[in-house]
Design a protein around this ligand. Structure first.
Ligand code: HEC
Ligand code: HEC
Length: 234
């Protein structure tokens, strides 16, 4: 009897160990949701600010793609990143103010990889398209109520309330749309075009800053036109 009991204990312990998440995977999940994953004191966003990992309610409009099944893609960032590490480094350096790409032996890289692998049950998946609008123009204004909904789902998680910035992640994040008005005057463009340019390009195309671009896949022109109608009523 005693021998059999010990065998059961051994089997139970073995099964438990096999099912328990790897320590790095749990650490990776925590890093995914924590702005302190970046060493910059000025950073206020985490991976989960910009990416679904399958844990949300499906209501958010994220700038980045859903990272479910992301590990088995042949390339990332619309084929611009041939290695998964490059894709993650882009985000850390461009958007989260990490001073440099992670060193190969940085435990954050390992842990994030294990977490992404744990949410990638499909081992081979297709690359996702990433269409960045190059030449920005005015858009037909849509329904401002739809625009308010777009603000709530796409912009509010970082910017807080429009016009006041109440609830924004930190005070380096601009108060919208007021912050664009002065700049529009400076450069001689209409405010709506300045706003659309920022949303479509984020920090890229010489715009500067840390905001992510919203590709056509992340936000449609119709949603953006409605957002303009909400933020800049005529
Ligand atoms: C401020 C927003 C933002 C933050 C924060 C952010 N990302 Fe991204 N990420 C993006 C955008 C935008 C892209 C480009 C669009 C795309 O490919 O998903 C991207 C792309 C990616 C991709 C490539 C997806 C694909 O299939 O093309 C991976 C992987 C990724 N990010 C992982 C991370 C991880 C891990 C973190 C946290 C360390 C992180 N990102 C933080 C916005 C962000
Ligand atoms: C992941 C966080 C994040 C999200 C989501 C986000 N922004 Fe931003 N945004 C920022 C940060 C940080 C800045 C300030 C730094 C910069 O200019 O890049 C900024 C700056 C801006 C500016 C520039 C204002 C100025 O100072 O000239 C505008 C306009 C803007 N955001 C509009 C939007 C709109 C509209 C949305 C929703 C479609 C949005 N943002 C979504 C982080 C974000």
């Amino acid at each position: 009897m005693r021998g059999k009991g010990a065998a059961v204990v051994v089997v139970v312990v073995f099964l438990f160990a096999a099912c328990a998440p790897l320590p790095a995977q749990g650490a990776g999940r925590a890093l995914f949701g924590d702005p302190r994953t970046s060493t910059s004191e000025f950073n206020a966003v985490s991976c989960s600010t910009c990416h679904d990992d399958g844990s949300g309610d499906g209501q958010r409009l994220f700038a980045g793609h859903d990272l479910t099944d992301s590990v088995g893609r042949p390339s990332w960032w619309g084929a611009q990143a041939p290695r998964l590490k490059d894709a993650v480094d882009n985000c850390l350096v461009f958007f989260m103010r990490e001073p440099a790409p992670l060193k190969d032996d940085d435990p954050r890289g390992r842990a994030l990889y294990e977490y992404l692998r744990s949410i990638s049950p499909t081992t081979t998946s297709a690359s996702l398209p990433l269409t960045i609008v190059e030449n920005v123009t005015s858009l037909p204004r849509g329904d401002p109520r739809r625009g308010e909904d777009v603000w709530t789902r796409a912009c509010q998680p970082c910017h807080g309330a429009p016009h006041t910035g109440d609830g924004r992640l930190n005070d380096l994040i601009s108060v919208v749309p007021e912050a664009s008005a002065g700049f529009a005057e400076q450069v001689g463009f209409d405010v709506d075009v300045v706003l659309i340019e920022k949303v479509r390009h984020g920090l890229f195309f010489g715009v500067g800053g840390n905001m992510p671009p919203f590709s056509v896949e992340a936000l449609s022109d119709d949603d953006l036109g409605a957002l303009v109608a909400f933020l800049l009523p005529l």
